[in-house]
Design a binder for this molecule. Structure first.
Ligand SMILES: [Mn+2]
Length: 322
């Protein structure tokens, strides 16, 4: 189903696989559970076909994802001449892969670049694009490729595939969760995916600095009963105070939008680059936060969207007669 419109691209991919031996599999910067899960899964799958494969990511692997099988083999640097083809997982946006800045010759390479992704993109980048924005995760799409190509799904591969599904659905809680992906999760469980470490490492371990940061974000919540918008903000100094990065706020937007009275929530995060990121969430059927984000030059999904603006974050007190 996910591969219906992709026969041409898959045939081209098969051709590249037939004609080449040495593959570099690339994850996007600031790696998450889907880009790493899909990278490791396809790398193991290709190794099982007798290919030489190296996994790479520009940034270091987050500690919580170090449990993923073979994650210790992911390198940050490589020699381009060691590879015949590149496979980029979970992004079609060149600027999210800093290797293209690190190795300028990569921008001129004649070696085929294959993109496997589930984000909507109009970027003219990549020679073969196996992209379906309807897929819940890149690993969900990749699992279908494994089945289509009759590649063996070992328990380790199943764990990596399931990890991407778990993280991109927020452990089956986000609105992108559907029957198809639940069924895939069951199939992967049957194939030997080890789901307890996925749950524990991704969702049940929070370092103290992050707990304190979340505490501060929650205590800074403001709800405006007139607009029914719930907001909180994280000035850059707060991130510094807790030695935290924007990634430590993962899941906080979803938490604050749980307030039943709110029509939607906004979490502002001030970045070091002088921009403020706004993350919008809603649980209301009739509200489309992507539309709201578009008004500010952003975008996203109907229930989760965002935008960025230049500026500083300031908490204002508004006096009013009520
Ligand atoms: Mn993803």
């Amino acid at each position: 189903m996910l591969l219906d419109h992709l026969s041409n691209e898959l045939a081209k991919f098969q051709e590249v696989l037939n004609q080449n031996q040495r593959f570099l599999v690339v994850s996007h910067n600031n790696p998450d559970g889907d880009t790493l899960g899909s990278n490791l899964a396809i790398s193991m799958g290709l190794k099982n076909l007798g290919k030489q494969v190296t996994s790479t990511c520009y940034d270091k692997i987050p500690q919580k994802l170090e449990f993923l099988p073979e994650s210790q083999n992911i390198v940050q640097e490589f020699l381009l001449e060691d590879f015949d083809a590149l496979i980029i997982m979970d992004t079609g946006a060149k600027h999210l892969v800093s290797h293209f800045e690190m190795y300028p010759e990569l921008n001129r390479t004649k070696k085929p670049i294959i993109i496997i992704d589930h984000h909507y993109s109009v970027e003219k980048f990549g020679d073969i694009k196996i992209i379906n924005s309807k897929a819940t995760s890149t690993t969900s799409l990749l699992f279908e490729i494994f089945k289509k190509f009759n590649w063996e799904v070992t328990p380790k591969i199943a764990t990596c595939l399931l990890n991407g599904i778990y993280t991109d659905t927020g452990s089956f809680m986000h609105s992108n969760t559907n029957v198809f992906v639940l069924k895939q999760a069951a199939e992967l469980g049957r194939l030997g995916a080890d789901f307890r470490p996925i749950q524990i490492n991704n969702f049940k371990r929070v370092p103290t600095n992050k707990l304190k940061l979340i505490g501060e974000v929650l205590s800074n919540i403001e709800f405006d009963p007139k607009t029914r918008v719930l907001k909180s903000g994280v000035p850059y100094e707060t991130l510094e105070k807790y030695n935290a990065g924007p990634n430590d706020l993962d899941g906080v937007s979803d938490l604050i939008c749980s307030y039943p009275e709110a029509s939607y929530s906004v979490l502002y995060t001030e970045n070091a680059d002088g921009k403020v990121k706004a993350s919008l969430r809603t649980r209301k059927e009739n509200i489309n936060v992507a539309k709201i984000a578009e008004n500010f030059g952003g975008g996203g999904h109907t229930k989760a969207a965002g935008f960025r603006q230049h500026g500083r974050l300031q908490k204002r007190v508004i006096w009013d007669i009520v």
